[in-house]
Design a protein. Sequence first.
Length: 222
Amino acid sequence: MARATNVVYPAQNTRYLAEHIVGAKYIEFPDTDLFYFAGNADKVLDEIEEFVTGARPLPSPDRFLGTVLFVDVVGSTQLAAQIGDSRFRDLINGFHQLVRRQLDRYQGRLVDTAGDGALALFDSPARAIACAEAVRDGVRALGLQVRAGVHTGEMEHGPAGEVRGIAVHTGARVAALAGPGEVLVSRTIRDLVAGAPIRLDSRGVHELKGVPGSWEVFAVVS
């Protein structure tokens, strides 16, 4: 094994060695680290495991593909200051009750309610979008506005039933871009719901804080 741009032990030296050992397998990694336990060590370990056992390591059984929906009340701090803590608490309780009713309707699972927001998990992007729209429309009767974000990706279950992973962070960042009454989805969702009667308008390409790459975000048009 060699690192392609390692200046201490050039890759061509290791390649030459492999070519002169009968039955050798040569693998080159596209980075510079001198030690194999540095850099992307997981790929190195995967190759070693396959060489020793004859089989590639299986993905973690704790990982699964899911759709996350983030929804939170817009302007909650200002609203609480205007109407007082007691009235605001009643409104938020009403908001959470509405979220739970719509989750039952669209087969979602409530993962967390943090203050004036909620995180839910779905196995269908289309149902997650429909739920987001239902919550958005329903809170108008409470005099509230919400914003929502939807994303699909691989994630993991935590020990307390929470979900975690870069997909969860991506969903939260997408939701943070939404304006009042807006449901935003990632480009992943756009691809997954192709052919469904869901109209999406591009809101441009964004850098999502802490998430690699650039992401095009789309707004759901009712």
